[in-house]
Design a protein. Structure first.
Length: 461
């Protein structure tokens, strides 16, 4: 049975106090000895062992799931999600990719294409990822061939990500980490010609990683402050830069993201991602942490949470081959701040019904009862444009509240042995099998493609 034991807690950064904490956790992955938070906030300059080129999942994950599917011991919901993936629109062997010379997201003024077209990249990246996963779980080389057809097509065609505004970096992030994870899964497939594989890796570095790094370094220049962009902008670019670092076995790229997570200047840093610490208003006694986007709208609050979950899982997977680099355990950072943030976002969006769409029933908590720490966004800062600031005094209760995104299964799988996961559990149980892009619950716009999904298949035991 999973256990979580606090050995020493000297404070808590989650509530705004610089703190140190040492702990040891035993869970399904083994015992984790965690360094102090002071140590975690020192710059990491590690040389990593890359046991897999796929950032999100390890080879052991794929082997475990495949074996359980092959011998019939997989739980029924895992079998159900496997079947759902095989019938999904983006996992078909007949899928036709549509690579473009340039990916345009945002104002198309001045672009060669003349209109937004990033939808081609987001759909094709999802298809490359889903067929890659099916190759690992079925052994059917046709899936690998399809994934590589998509990856090669883009590397041979696309030369830039562009637009007349900053929105292009969202494509660099969200599609960057989807393409990179797909490539990592099929990396060792014998049918991927080494020269073409190297060309793809260079394409990821030139087109995606360069944009990711530029954004995280400068947040597009001197006209804006480091906190101008909401947390999801940082997070998708952190995921992309990390994934490409794993794909290309570049320790410096991974170290950059690890250090940014703990000490970065933007809102993807854990110290800015969490913006308030509260007690569960429903009386569970749990500590819950307000998300940086919780006062903005619930769609983005959930996106921020789900992309954080995937970033944590990628760091955790690399941690398995590098146990001495304890900073890779993002899940435990700042006294399990990610867990507490997940509880806040889940409670904000849960309804009492049992339907898998989370549409039925009443809110578990009303807007007025949800604790909220006043958040002043980008006001009296160094941004040249002073018209974009906002002051949030309540949790957002907007049209997107109650909408769902895949990723809760990641949080539950990791924290199920830790006290304080009541609402994460309810959300994960409600959505299971969770699915991903192509699932009708998530729609067909960009929100359905911001996360990789299919986590019930890979994590539920």
């Amino acid at each position: 049975m999973n256990k979580f034991k606090n050995i020493l807690i000297a404070g808590m950064v989650c509530c705004g106090i610089v703190a140190t904490a040492t702990s040891c956790r035993e869970n399904e992955w083994g015992t984790v000895d965690l360094s102090t938070q002071d140590e975690k906030q020192k710059d990491v300059d590690a040389k990593y062992t890359f046991s897999s080129h796929a950032a999100l999942w390890t080879d052991a994950d794929f082997q475990r799931v495949k074996q359980s599917l092959d011998n019939g011991t997989a739980p029924q919901v895992v079998k159900d999600e496997f079947q759902n993936l095989k019938t999904n629109t983006y996992a078909q062997l007949t899928y036709t990719p549509n690579p473009q010379k340039e990916i345009v997201r945002g104002d198309p003024k001045g672009t060669e294409t003349g209109s937004e077209n990033y939808g081609y990249a987001m759909r094709d990246a999802a298809a490359a990822y889903q067929t890659a996963v099916l190759w690992r779980l079925t052994g059917d080389d046709r899936y690998a061939d399809k994934s590589i057809e998509i990856l090669n097509g883009w590397a041979n065609t696309c030369v830039r990500i562009t637009s007349n505004d900053a929105n292009q970096v969202l494509a660099a992030g969200a599609q960057g980490y989807t393409f990179a994870n797909a490539a990592g899964i099929v990396y060792n497939y014998s049918g991927w010609a080494p020269a073409q594989r190297e060309k793809f890796k260079q394409w990821m570095l030139d087109v995606f990683a360069s944009s990711n790094r530029s954004f995280l370094d400068t947040h597009t220049g001197s006209n804006v402050c480091a906190e101008h962009y909401w947390s999801n902008w940082d997070l998708v670019n952190m995921c992309s830069y990390f994934s490409i670092g794993v794909l290309t076995e570049n320790s410096d790229m991974v170290n950059y993201v690890v250090n940014y997570f703990y000490k970065g200047q933007g809102n993807g840093c854990i110290q800015r991602l969490v913006r308030g610490t509260h007690t569960d208003p429903l009386g569970s006694g749990e500590t819950i942490c307000q998300n940086q986007e919780s006062g903005r709208d619930q769609g983005h609050a959930q996106m921020s949470m789900m992309v954080t979950a995937e970033l944590c899982q990628m760091a955790w997977s690399l941690y398995q081959a590098n146990p001495s680099v304890t900073q890779l355990d993002f899940f435990s950072a700042n006294d399990n701040a990610v867990l507490k943030m997940g509880e806040y976002v889940a409670l904000s969006n849960l309804k009492s019904g049992t339907d898998k769409e989370n549409k039925e029933g009443a809110w578990l908590v009303s807007q007025s009862k949800m604790p909220f720490e006043k958040f002043v966004y980008c006001t009296n800062c160094t941004c040249r444009d002073k018209n974009h600031g906002a002051t949030h005094t309540m949790m957002a209760d907007d049209a997107g509240r109650g909408g769902v995104r895949p990723g809760w299964e990641i949080l539950l799988a990791h924290y199920k042995g830790v006290s304080g996961h009541k609402y994460i559990q309810q959300m994960a149980d409600k959505l299971r099998p969770e699915g991903g892009s192509g699932d009708n619950r998530y729609g067909g716009n960009s929100g359905a493609f911001d996360q990789l999904g299919w986590n019930t298949l890979m994590l539920y035991q």
